[in-house]
Ligand binder design. Structure first.
Ligand code: SF4
Length: 259
């Protein structure tokens, strides 16, 4: 099977620019945004799983105060670590943090892996968290897709539903790859997370305040901006009609400077 995704280049440039400008003006001041230490970023990502940022913030600060390096975490008693993280719920995360520290100390000395593949192999870090550590800790581009980001992409591009099939997951990964800028990926990724958490929420999206409102296909309709070409057939993302096999709609192709 051959497949590639074609994106309207004006949409891509506007999506990146509006999101990044909005983030720089409205970003939330979260403690893990004051570090570029990949270990600290990994701690924040594990603590943030299924938990609101406001609840995580004080635990994160106490965690990195007690265990400022991954060796400190490796030496800490497991029960002590879990006692700190268990009040956030999702009790497995204390074990994941200890397992991550053990794997890093055993296989990488005192530093987190510098490659995305190495991060993905660490216990506790799924594909999203590994990409987040790579982006925000290692300073390397890695397209991000978690639940909030998937919702923003789905609505803005006009995918027919927020599904969880392998096909949906693959299309979202292709969208993230196509839309993530080559340079301003830090602010872009943080902006996606803030937008999904505060504006483009699951139940009550605040479209009038959204920086993407003029280009969001879910809000405005408009011609498709994403077309998948699979084995000679074209499938356009359209919110109302679903994927149209053989759609004649084609995104504009004008080149735009990468962000
Ligand atoms: S305009 Fe509304 S639906 Fe579209 S991305 Fe913004 S908040 Fe979400």
């Amino acid at each position: 099977m051959t497949s590639h995704l074609e994106i309207d280049q004006r949409f891509r440039a506007a999506f990146q620019d509006r999101l990044i400008r909005w983030y720089r003006a409205h970003r939330r001041d979260l403690p893990w945004r004051h570090t570029a230490d990949p270990y600290h970023v990994a701690v924040s990502e594990l603590l943030l799983q299924q938990t609101q940022a406001s609840r995580v913030a004080p635990v994160y600060l106490e965690f990195v105060r007690r265990y400022p390096t991954i060796e400190d975490l490796h030496r800490a008693p497991a029960a002590e670590v879990s006692a700190l993280t268990d009040p956030l719920g999702y009790h497995i995360r204390g074990k994941w943090l200890k397992a991550m520290a053990a794997a890093v100390v055993a296989d990488h000395g005192s530093g987190m892996p510098e490659s995305l593949e190495g991060l993905r192999r660490l216990p506790g870090l799924g594909p999203y968290a590994a990409a987040a550590v790579h982006t925000f800790g290692n300073g390397k581009r890695a397209p991000l897709v978690d639940t909030n980001i998937a919702r923003v992409y789905t609505r803005a591009v006009g995918l027919p539903a927020e599904g969880s099939t392998y096909r949906d997951t693959r299309r979202l990964a292709e969208l993230a790859e196509a839309l993530t800028p080559a340079r301003r990926f830090y602010d872009y990724g943080q902006g996606l997370m803030d937008l999904g958490a505060t504006i483009c929420t699951a139940r009550a999206p605040d479209c009038p305040r959204c920086p993407l409102r003029r280009l969001c296909r879910d809000l405005t309709g408009g011609p498709p901006v994403a077309v998948w070409h699979v084995d000679g057939a074209s499938m356009a993302a359209e919110r109302t009609a679903g994927y149209r096999v053989g759609s004649r709609a084609t995104p504009r192709r004008e080149a735009s400077p990468d962000a």
